[in-house]
Ligand binder design. Structure first.
Ligand SMILES: [Zn+2]
Ligand SMILES: [Zn+2]
Length: 423
């Protein structure tokens, strides 16, 4: 088969089997978020490039090399969003959502695009599920968000998850820390990898994220940011810890977490689990109080997190976690001639109108191949209608796993009788 077009490199199709799990994970996450009052927001995939130049900071790797930017037919500089938060903030500000009662709690599920080298588990199109709380600088909003992340992970059944938290302080304490970090790293500069060498001047903090073993061993002995926090940031970090203790959320402090984007400040956190032999973040987030003003908005403190959907699904697969909800039982109604096929079609439709999953033949197949098909698609119950059943006005519904049969009237009480047996 020679198709005129193929899937683009770095993109992937979610096929029905995967798609089913996808929807389940998403609805579990959304249902948890609803319990905290998060409302769904959807923003465009295409934004002005300037939005991300500003929000991510032009020193970040995303802006430097990974964005899908181009000029549209009107000559505007546009780009496919590389992450979910900036667009949500832009939409909130542009539509005046921040003038409604605060805090504003938003959830999103967005496709994101980064032009990276495709590799195992990394795609150029990927999906984020995220929550944002806008308008509150209180530690209790950080704690609430962390709890929501914790509950989502628990609902999904993911095991052996560790919560790591850190504070990267305000701009003042961070500046002092970056100075100290620079003078420490300078001594080891010749041993840093190429990427870290590039980051040294403009994006020093990101060096703490490096996974190269040489860099890692240097980083292990680097000064830690929590000992540079100013009084206000130090106090805020301890208040957050009191909240988490009181909420019985277990955490550890990891001074290595800095998050990849420049707009973070204060609290940062990650939920990690073992994946392919290494601790891997399932969910990461933090505070970004300065983003609104960076985009030209009013002061609007904010905190948020994002789940990588692909990673969540891969981890669930690795941990052998099956689907969360059991699927609806399927009722297959087979027929033997045109007249009974019309009846089967109508009864199927009656079942669907009562929210029951039902199928009938649409190929004029023989009874034998209809029954084979019913078996293949996993019908839990089958009903056969032929001229005899049409005449008597009743048929038998067979439970496939044990062969037990129930008599079912083919009149107006059909749906009621079926429901009685399947529930
Ligand atoms: Zn500070
Ligand atoms: Zn490095």
């Amino acid at each position: 088969m020679k198709l005129v077009a193929q899937r683009i490199r770095g993109m992937q199709d979610a096929l029905p089997n995967e798609g089913k799990k996808w929807l389940e994970v998403l609805s579990a996450a959304m249902n948890e978020a609803k319990l905290y009052g998060f409302k769904y927001i959807r923003t465009p995939v295409l934004e002005q490039t300037e939005l991300f130049n500003r929000s991510a900071g032009d020193t970040s790797d995303i802006v430097n090399k990974e964005m899908y930017t181009f000029k549209d037919r009107g000559g505007r500089d546009v780009c496919l969003r590389p992450e979910g938060t900036a667009g949500v903030m832009r939409a909130a500000l542009e539509n005046g959502l921040h003038s409604k009662p605060l805090p504003l709690k938003l959830m999103y599920h967005s496709s994101c695009y980064r032009y990276e080298k495709p590799q195992q588990g990394r795609y150029r199109e990927f999906f984020q599920f995220g929550l944002e709380i806008l308008g509150s600088s209180s530690e209790s909003s950080d704690a609430q968000l962390i709890c929501a992340g914790y509950n989502i992970i628990k609902k999904l059944g993911i095991r052996d998850v560790k919560l790591s938290i850190n504070s990267i302080g305000c701009s003042e304490c961070r500046a002092k820390y970056v100075e100290a970090l620079k003078s420490y790293l300078k001594v080891h500069a010749n041993k840093l990898c190429k990427t870290c060498t590039e980051r040294f001047d403009r994006n020093t903090l990101r060096i703490l994220d490096c996974k190269e073993s040489n860099c890692k061993s240097i980083i292990n002995h680097a000064p830690i940011i929590t000992s540079f926090l100013c009084e206000k940031c130090f106090k805020s970090f301890s208040i957050l810890k009191s909240h988490l203790d009181s909420l019985e959320i277990v955490y550890e402090i990891d001074p290595g977490i800095v998050r990849g984007l420049d707009y973070y400040n204060g609290t940062v956190f990650e939920f990690l689990t073992e994946f392919s032999g290494a601790p891997t973040a399932i969910c990461g987030g933090g505070r970004y109080d300065g983003l609104s003003q960076t985009l030209g908005g009013p002061p609007l403190p904010a905190v948020g997190f994002g789940f990588g959907m692909e990673r969540v699904l891969a981890i669930m697969k690795q941990q052998g976690i099956e689907l969360l909800s059991k699927s609806e039982p399927l009722i297959y109604i087979a027929s033997m001639d045109f007249e009974s096929s019309l009846k089967a079609e109508k009864l199927c439709e009656d079942l669907r109108r009562a929210s029951v999953y039902a199928e009938s033949d649409i190929f004029s197949r023989s009874l034998k191949s209809q029954m084979k098909y019913a078996d293949k698609i996993g019908a839990a119950y089958t009903i056969v209608i032929g001229s005899e059943e049409m005449k008597s006005g009743k048929s038998l519904m067979k439970e496939m796993k044990n062969g037990i049969e129930f008599e079912i009237p083919l009149n107006s009480s059909f749906v009621k009788e079926v429901l009685k047996h399947i529930n």
